[in-house]
Write a protein that binds this ligand. Sequence first.
Ligand code: IYR
Length: 222
Amino acid sequence: MHAATTIPLPGFVHRDPDEMLLRATTFRDEVRHRRTVRHFSKKPVARSVIEVCIAAAGSAPSGANLQPWRFIAISSAAVKREIRTAAEAEEREFYEHRAPDGWLDLLAPLGTDASKAFLEDASWLIAIFALRKVQLADGRVTRTYYPLESVGIATGILITALHHTGLATLTHTPSPMKFLNGILDRPSNEKPFLLLVVGHPAEGVRVPDIHRRPLEEIACFL
Ligand code: IYR
């Protein structure tokens, strides 16, 4: 057993209650304007912006601080095309054979189908992998703990950072996603978690008229 080496809590700011409520409200209003977009313009996004947002995601808490995530950021047109071809093949199977009717009924109002032009139009695709094993600083390999929870939290931070930056995202989950290991040359201990599509929304883009559950429905206070 090693004793923990500690440091003073870095950068924490104590705020008074009024300021806290104002900041919370401002943040809520900002994030509730985030919408999944399915049509992207080809306008480029600087790599530096993507780098900073991924660094923000890497601040997420994780099981045993093993940080079991890998973000593969793709702007190469050739790689995006390869991903689109493979994803559309899986999606055609999904829409034509695999998806049960109940699932298709729920997707109908979202207007999704097997055609995934956004995989080529958007400036960046970020393939997010969950690591089942990681190597420690001393070279030992260990299994990870709560990798999906950890990567889910990091992905939430990434989506929020991109939205805050002024970019649109689409959380895309072609199923199965194993083809990403092949195209992106990732080892088998890395499990594809999500393909995040990132860019500027297409001019005049429209989104489904969906509603979010009110606070009373999603929270209880005891
Ligand atoms: N992966 C398919 C289907 C799909 C599934 C869910 I759950 C969605 O919220 C949206 C789509 C597709 O991307 O079209």
